[in-house]
Design a protein around this ligand. Structure first.
Ligand SMILES: NC(=O)c1ccc[n+]([C@@H]2O[C@H](COP(=O)([O-])OP(=O)(O)OC[C@H]3O[C@@H](n4cnc5c(N)ncnc54)[C@H](OP(=O)(O)O)[C@@H]3O)[C@@H](O)[C@H]2O)c1
Length: 422
């Protein structure tokens, strides 16, 4: 088979697998009890009689940790959300191993976070694990209170918003504690609140950076975002304008589509970074960045996919599109955006090894180039026109204040008036 033919066959397989299994009789429930091992799971329809409404939501915060005996010294304080798996875990590992950072692993499952740190031999006194359930705005607020108690007057220097869910197979939306569709709540709104509650603290730090992980899937100018349906599209933000709560599942106000909800949330992540940069970079000095790590085809992000897909997908991305990157290398990429002096430039969407606007081509050394996969150099990537839509970004940002319940008093006062924005 020629390369082109195999591309088409595998592409077709992938599209079918992405779209075909969306009718399984599963119901997703938000379960955010501190006694649960994990916060979200699926139950077969047959078990619906368990009355999901009675399952407790996020109940109470942990007792605040205090810095106590930990000597941070000259190390910088970094919060990494979703540090219990995949990209976040590997980023935390890279930062811990550099010896330059004290890492706060912000995770929904504290026991899992601790087990990960132990398994990967994070040195004692180089990290702590704190509860953060992004599907609960109250939990985000409790996390910020705990973080402030933990670090005392020392400002936070780095914030990495990495955690996410991808729910392409769910036929019906699941809802966060606050009544928002789960991918929008976890990927966008929880992080939006977290960033905004920490801006005033971070602006006190020298060289502070805030990174929100983006994706090509939200960028329609790429193969993954432009050719694989559904495409990200926030429409006219009708869902958000109507309050964005149950039964409204999509920010464009249309019918629920789990794969699209993920892509829409990634667009919002990238728009949030652009808007944070325009509104607050000059006045706070904080560097705001987004990045595309490459296709980390083996992470738990694809947990809803069938086993055969999870076996084929990494091979497809490695040998056909050239977009594949391993977890460790992807984590090093994210850590680079946190640490590398060249990444002190604000408002940038960082990528490596090409913009993934075509499938990769093999270079003279036999390695795929151009599709964002393993290897290559870091560069300032171009976002799609949709992501760069300034009016849409401003509107989305302002509506997110309301949806995330951020009061006027809580907004940083350092931002310029909207018409003075960069
Ligand atoms: N994988 C890729 O190919 C790819 C490509 C582009 C961008 N990305 C982005 O990379 C980031 C990390 O994804 P990944 O591939 O590393 O996936 P992953 O292995 O599934 O990691 C996601 C992390 O988010 C956490 N999380 C999920 N729901 C949460 C909630 N309600 N509250 C708090 N934390 C929650 C998970 O916690 P648990 O450990 O408890 O499950 C996990 O630690 C995401 O932003 C994703 O959009 C991934």
């Amino acid at each position: 088979m020629t390369l082109m033919k195999s591309v088409f066959v595998l592409l077709a397989l992938l599209v079918v697998s992405t779209r075909a299994f969306t009718v399984l009789p599963l119901t997703r429930v938000s379960y955010i009890s501190k006694t649960a091992a994990s916060s979200a799971f699926t139950v077969p329809t047959a078990l619906k009689s368990l009355e999901v409404a009675e399952i407790p939501s996020y109940e109470s915060k942990e007792s605040p940790k205090v810095l106590g005996g930990i000597k941070i010294g000259l190390r910088k304080l970094v919060v990494v959300t979703g540090a219990s798996s995949g990209l976040g875990r590997e980023c935390a590992r890279s930062l811990v191993n550099s010896g330059k950072y004290f890492v706060i692993m912000a995770v929904r499952d504290v026991d899992k976070g601790k087990a990960v740190a132990k398994k990967f031999n994070f040195p004692e006194n180089s990290y702590t694990v704190m509860k953060l359930e992004l599907a609960s705005l109250q939990s985000v607020r409790d996390f910020v209170a705990n973080l402030k108690a933990f670090k005392s007057a020392r400002p936070l220097t780095h914030l990495v918003c990495n955690a996410a869910v991808y729910l392409p197979k769910d036929p019906k939306p699941s809802w966060s504690d606050d009544g928002y569709e789960m991918s929008m709540a976890v990927n966008h709104l929880g992080h939006f609140l977290l960033v905004n509650l920490l801006l005033d603290d971070m602006k006190k730090a020298k060289g502070a950076r805030c990174v929100i992980v983006g994706s090509i899937t939200g960028n329609t100018n790429t193969v993954g975002g432009g050719l694989v349906y559904p495409k990200a599209d926030l429409g006219k933000l009708k869902g958000m304008e109507s309050g964005g709560k149950q039964p409204i599942a999509m920010m464009d106000g249309k019918n629920y589509d789990g794969a699209k909800a993920y892509k829409d949330s990634k667009v919002m992540n990238m728009m949030t970074v652009s808007e944070l940069h325009r509104r607050y970079h000059k006045s706070t000095g904080i560097t705001f960045s987004s990045m595309y790590p490459g296709c980390i085809a083996e992470t738990q992000l694809f947990r809803e996919k069938r086993q055969w897909f999870r076996k084929i997908f990494p091979l497809f991305m490695k040998y056909v599109t050239g977009g594949y990157v391993g977890e460790q290398e992807a984590g090093e990429r994210l850590a680079q955006v946190v640490d590398d002096p060249i990444c002190s430039k604000s408002g940038v969407y960082w990528s490596w090894n090409g913009g993934a606007q075509t499938v990769g081509r093999y270079d003279a050394s036999g390695k795929p180039k151009g599709a964002g996969g393993s290897g290559g150099e870091i560069f300032e990537n171009q976002q799609s026109d949709a992501v760069q839509d300034r009016d849409m970004a401003m509107r989305m940002f302002d509506l997110s204040f309301d949806l995330a319940g951020i009061s006027e008093k809580e907004k940083t006062k350092d931002g310029p008036e909207p018409d003075n924005m960069l």
